[in-house]
Design a protein around this ligand. Structure first.
Ligand code: HEM
Length: 393
């Protein structure tokens, strides 16, 4: 049973339960002549994500160089912290952390609130809407534009490119053309920020990079791509999957309405229960690595299933139960180790505002079609619904 096949896409949990039972690591086919090793148990997952022998630098590996994209474009999109090991990773992450601070995220709160309010205003009075297309998708995209300082007039193009790049072959459109256009746009935006600095993150990054000459042009553009890709669809899935889980557990939805203190722990439980990033990004074994008697050979590609680790009964009591009040919820939905999600505080802020907004505005929120008929998007890395039709009034 393939962990990324159609059956696992719609109902992954029984399949992961079996994989966890059977062995600590499974070699699975990903493409013709291409396999990867999947880690499914919680303790192994933590260990793997913290193991320097599992490199994030995939340069030259077929899984990375595939797609036939020009080298310059790859370099402009892929020279970021998540494609690097120390010491490059340390340098890139430190530079971004110096400007992507807790203070900056706290300062974004009124903007996130306004964006959420505007989107919800647009829904009020409507009966049926697709909650993904009309709320979960635009909210984080607008937040990233606000964070980076993408001017209002450019946001429609930004949205179209990112949609095409992220969704890839799933939607109509040409991802290569979109990436090329977006790369040209990001370069011109960097120039604009150099000429006319503002208070947003990209401007601060340009200044920090120029001051110490510590970021190349490719590293700057790659960072914009990384923030967009790492920060957008992941958060779409947090909101979409969270609403899905609540509609599936009406008694817990009622509980949350009655006690808003539960919203924050509920967000942690959404992250655990229907993890938006189901598998961490690829890693490359630079040496043989043993997991409980099974040795992954040097040169192998390793994938860590965060969704499976988050349902491991060795780590979570009654893992198949959705419990918004679960205590000591040490889920791995944001990863672990040096690549732990840099945007976790922002994702939590967006989640808090998004769920409170929905609970405030729509006391009758309910599913518009049977939840077991909804379509989950295929793919090895992300877990999210294609559409989530809901009745609002
Ligand atoms: C890394 C999940 C939102 C920026 C990661 C990783 C995970 C993750 C699992 C580690 C990947 C790996 O080790 O292979 C999530 C989830 C999110 C979310 C579930 C939403 C619910 C965001 C946001 C931003 C962001 C909003 C920024 C705007 C990043 C960055 C990294 C990262 C920059 C790379 C960190 C590094 O390599 O040191 N995220 N993320 N993420 N995330 Fe997030």
């Amino acid at each position: 049973m393939h962990p990324f096949g159609p059956e696992a896409t719609s109902a992954p949990h029984p399949i992961y339960a079996r994989l966890r039972e059977e062995a600590p690591a499974h070699e699975i086919p990903l493409a013709e002549n291409f396999t990867a090793w999947l880690i499914t148990r919680y303790d192994d997952a933590r260990r793997a994500l913290n193991d320097p022998r599992l490199s994030k630098n995939m340069a030259g590996n077929p899984i990375r160089s595939g797609g036939g994209w020009p080298d310059e474009l790859r370099a402009a999109m892929d020279s970021h912290m998540l494609s690097n090991d120390p010491p490059e990773h340390t340098r890139l992450r430190r530079l971004v952390s110096s400007v992507f601070t807790a203070r900056r995220i706290a300062d974004l709160r009124p903007d996130v609130q306004r964006i959420s309010d505007e989107l919800l205003d647009g829904l009020a009075g409507r009966d049926e809407v697709d909650l993904i297309g009309e709320y979960a998708f635009p909210l984080p995209l607008q937040v990233i534009c606000e964070l980076l300082g993408v001017p209002m007039d450019d946001r429609d193009s930004f949205r179209e490119w990112s949609n095409t790049i992220i969704a890839g072959a799933l939607v109509q459109g040409d991802p290569l053309a979109a990436a090329t256009a977006m790369n040209a746009y990001v370069r011109s935006l960097v120039e604009r920020k150099r000429a006319e600095p503002d208070n947003a993150l990209l401007s601060a990054l340009v200044t920090a990079a120029d001051e110490g000459d510590r970021l190349t042009e490719n590293e700057l553009t790659s960072l914009v791509f990384l923030l967009l890709i790492a920060g957008h669809e992941t958060t779409v899935n947090l909101i979409g999957n969270g609403v899905f889980v609540l509609l599936n557990h009406p008694e817990q939805l009622a509980r949350l309405r009655a006690d808003r203190k539960l919203v924050s722990p509920a967000i942690e439980e959404f992250l655990r229960y229907e993890s938006p990033v189901k598998t961490a990004t690829f890693r490359l074994a630079t040496e043989p690595v043993e997991f409980d008697g099974v040795t992954v050979p040097a040169g192998a590609v390793v994938m860590v299933s965060l969704l499976s680790a988050n349902h491991d009964p060795q780590a979570f009591a009654d893992p198949e139960r959705f419990d918004p009040a679960r205590s000591d919820n040490q889920h791995l939905a944001f990863g672990h180790g040096i690549h732990y999600c840099l945007g976790a505080p922002l994702a939590r802020l967006e989640g808090e505002i998004a769920f409170n907004g929905l609970l405030d505005r729509f006391p009758k929120l309910r599913a518009a079609q049977p939840l077991d008929e909804l379509i989950w998007r295929p793919g090895a890395l992300l877990r999210g619904l294609d559409r989530l039709p809901v009745m609002l009034n």
